[in-house]
Design a protein around this ligand. Structure first.
Ligand code: 5CA
Length: 175
């Protein structure tokens, strides 16, 4: 576990990225966990999600507030078939386990996209190698060190009970 953080830190050093890794005993495995631990908005959490596009791994750096639409991702990539990577495929592509996958430090280059919704934020937090470790950075630094291409690939419609068509607007509707 600690070794994964060291691998991430070495990659950050090599990229000229200054990182201050924060560890949280309560865990930062999901975007919601990470936001709760850090005390930031879930939209500021960078999910490092691995997809397989026509058999090739692709990393989609995605705002914690968004869900990836694989159809939109396929259109952006010009791929025929895009699906979520299995945990084994994700680990083979990045060298890290799901829940702690950082945006850099992979054994070989991986095609990378970044959710445009992250770009306007002053500060974002991404995983630092393990499911209890995150680091703060800026979208500009993320772009620089990952070489990710900005794109829009999130599901457009919000999900959830309160958003079903025909339901009366509840408190907070329109926010
Ligand atoms: N540390 C947090 C916040 S930085 C984190 O890594 N979040 S994450 O979203 O990038 O990683 C968790 C994601 O892994 C989940 O959102 C989910 O998309 C993916 N995942 C979890 N279980 C599986 C699974 N069995 N197969 C494929 N993907 C999975």
């Amino acid at each position: 576990m600690a070794n994964a953080i060291e691998r991430f830190k070495a990659a950050a050093r090599a990229a000229g990225l200054t990182v201050e890794v924060r560890r949280f005993p309560q865990g930062t495995k999901t975007a919601a966990d990470a936001a709760r631990a850090v005390g930031c908005e879930v939209a500021q959490i960078v999910k490092t999600l691995v997809f397989m596009a026509d058999g090739e791994p692709v990393v989609a750096l995605t705002s914690g507030a968004n869900r990836v639409d694989p159809g939109r991702l396929a259109a952006v990539l010009g791929a025929r078939e895009v699906r979520r990577a299995t945990p084994e495929e994700a680990r083979a592509a990045t060298g890290f386990a799901i829940g702690g996958t950082p945006p850099i430090g992979y054994p070989r280059p991986v095609r990378m996209l970044i959710d445009e919704d992250l770009l306007g934020l002053p500060e974002v937090w991404a995983a630092a190698g393990t499911p209890d470790a995150v680091f703060p950075t800026t979208p500009a630094e993320l772009l620089r060190v990952t070489g990710a291409t900005p794109a829009s690939f999130a599901e457009r419609e919000p999900r959830g009970e309160g958003n079903r068509p025909g339901r009366p607007a509840g408190p907070g509707a329109g926010c």
